[in-house]
Ligand binder design. Sequence first.
Ligand code: ZN
Length: 421
Amino acid sequence: MWGEVAMPWDRVWCNANLMTLDEKRGGLGIIHNGVIAAIGERIAFVGSMEEMPRRLDAREVIHCRGRWITPGLVDCHTHLIYAGNRVGEFELRAAGATYEEISRAGGGLHSTVRATRAASREELVAAALRRLDVAIADGVTTIEIKSGYGLDIETEVRQLQAAQDLASGRSIDVIPTFLGAHAFPTDWCGDRRSYLDFLCGEVIPLIVRERLATSLDAFCETIAFTIEETAHIFNTACSMGMRVKLHADQLSNSGGAALAARFHALSADHLEHTDENGVQAMAAAGTTAVLLPGAFYFLRETQAPPIAYFRRHLVPMAIATDMNPGSSPLISLLFAMNIAATQLRLTTQECIAGVTREAARALGRLDTIGTLERGKRCDLAIWDIEQPGDLVYYVGFNPLAARVWAGKSDMTFVTKFTGQR
Ligand SMILES: [Zn+2]
């Protein structure tokens, strides 16, 4: 029945097909001929036209003409802020050098560290904005960005401050993560113990005190931090109230997934070499698997993450770009979904959930974003597609018609969206 109460809704999107991703509805949580209403930045109603409790009378009514709406996309693992580029390394790799060989030779990541240390905060922001705008054009409304190209206090702090600057300049949520344990900096001359003491004794306390990040990531691998070193860093971070996540088992099965689970990590990421014990540990701890198909593709890996084990043990699977200059210069989450489907054999439904609900879960934000449910922030991506699978199927095709962040439309796309179909 139409209600008698005066309409408090600010905006209503009607005549839309919704992929709510609401777990209570099952599958993609599809509602045909659906309506979303927002009050301020929050979703006030999600349902079909028939279920709508009151007269359709809002300050702004947007007729979607049968287009599909998903939650705004969430990229839950990126290294978006850095200086320089690694095209030369790309060319070397094409000539046969491996990621590990380039890293051991002091190239790779350390060349990005040198360039990033030399860049000002403004230069870091300007370089990252070009990449961020591509993500925004793909329908991304929340993006995680890691530090980890400073490996000294000044630059790590500058990277995290640049992440805050990015958020203030665009209609997007930026979630910073501290990744001081990305690699051992060469200027510590192999003194691993002293760098660990520096990280745990000085840098992490500063990051927490200055509220620059609430979560900490580490790279646990033969070419980076050992299990014991990572555990030491995690102990410090957890004792100061940070949540942790881990680059785990990318190049070898080092027990990273199990370690992440031991610390109730938000996510364990990569996981190409994780065994079933590691997956079971993640399931028991509630740790999300973040798949990074861009790195798998770009490094021409052949060992895929254990998708069958994740399904068997009901470990949620998120998909992210891992946007970084060395191993995954991929900005498009849409393309990441396609690689996940074609190379890792995820279903289209798993892919769409992976860049929305499960990515929000991987960031510990599922209570506020990632699905279309009443009370959540009204972050929407409106797509000019015929069916959900179109988002995964096409390669190099961006059907975004409009993007809404915190209840407000991006004007750029409103123009396109209201055009003739
Ligand atoms: Zn990464």
